[in-house]
Design a binder for this molecule. Sequence first.
Ligand SMILES: NC(=O)c1ccc[n+]([C@@H]2O[C@H](COP(=O)([O-])OP(=O)(O)OC[C@H]3O[C@@H](n4cnc5c(N)ncnc54)[C@H](OP(=O)(O)O)[C@@H]3O)[C@@H](O)[C@H]2O)c1
Length: 193
Amino acid sequence: MKTQYYTAATLDGFIADEHNSLDWLFQFGADPEGVGDTGFSDFMREVGAVAMGSTTYQWMLDHEVRPQDRPAKPWPYTQPTWVFSSREQPRVDGADLRFARGDVRPVHAEMAAAAGGRNVWLVGGGDLVGQFHDHGLLNEVIVSIAPVTLGRGAPLLPRRITTPPLRLREVRGLGDAFVRIRYEVAKKTGTGR
Ligand SMILES: NC(=O)c1ccc[n+]([C@@H]2O[C@H](COP(=O)([O-])OP(=O)(O)OC[C@H]3O[C@@H](n4cnc5c(N)ncnc54)[C@H](OP(=O)(O)O)[C@@H]3O)[C@@H](O)[C@H]2O)c1
C-alpha cells in the first residue's frame, strides 16, 4: 500500500491559479494529460481511498458535479473519499464521502484500512499533502508538468524537502506538452518544514 500524491502542475510549481482556476490545464483539452494513454486509469485501479481538501472538493462540485453551464456529472470516484474541512460541507448523492478535520494520522489509518491493500490517493491541495508528509505518511509524488507558468497560485507542495531528497523513479513525456515524473519519498530524518 502506497500513499501517493498524483497531480498536474505548472512548470513553476502551482496546481491552480490564485483564483483556483485550472484553465491553464484544460486549455490542453478535457483530457489534458491524455489520460487514455498515460496509465491514469491503471493508477486509479490501484487506488482504494482518496483524500482532498475543501477547496479541491468545492472545485469538483462547481466544475464537475454541479456546474452552472454544463450538464451535471456524477461524483467521479467509486472509492471512499475523505474531504478535509473545518466547516460543514455539502454532500453528493451516491458518493461515498467522509468528512474529516485535524490530525491526518488517524484519518490515514482509516483510509488505509478502507483501501484494503490498495493505494491511498492524495488529490491535493499541496498543504494537505504536506500534512501527510509531516508525519512520514507520503510515499510517492507523481506530477504531470504542463509547459506553462503562473507566477502565483496554489502551491504544489509547500514544504522544505531537501535532505534526503526525493528519489527519481520514472520520467515520461506525454505527447508534445507534458512530462510526468514520479518520485519516491525517502524516509524523513528532519522536521521537513
Ligand atoms: N492541478 C491539479 O491537478 C489539481 C489537483 C488538486 C487540486 N487542484 C486545485 O488546487 C487548489 C488547491 O486548493 P488549496 O491549496 O486551498 O488546498 P485544498 O487542500 O484543496 O483546500 C485547503 C482547505 O482544506 C481544509 N483543510 C486542509 N487540511 C485540513 C485539516 N487537516 N483539517 C481540516 N480542514 C483542513 C481547509 O479549509 P476549511 O477548513 O476552511 O474548509 C483548507 O483551507 C484548488 O483550486 C484545486 O481545485 C488542482
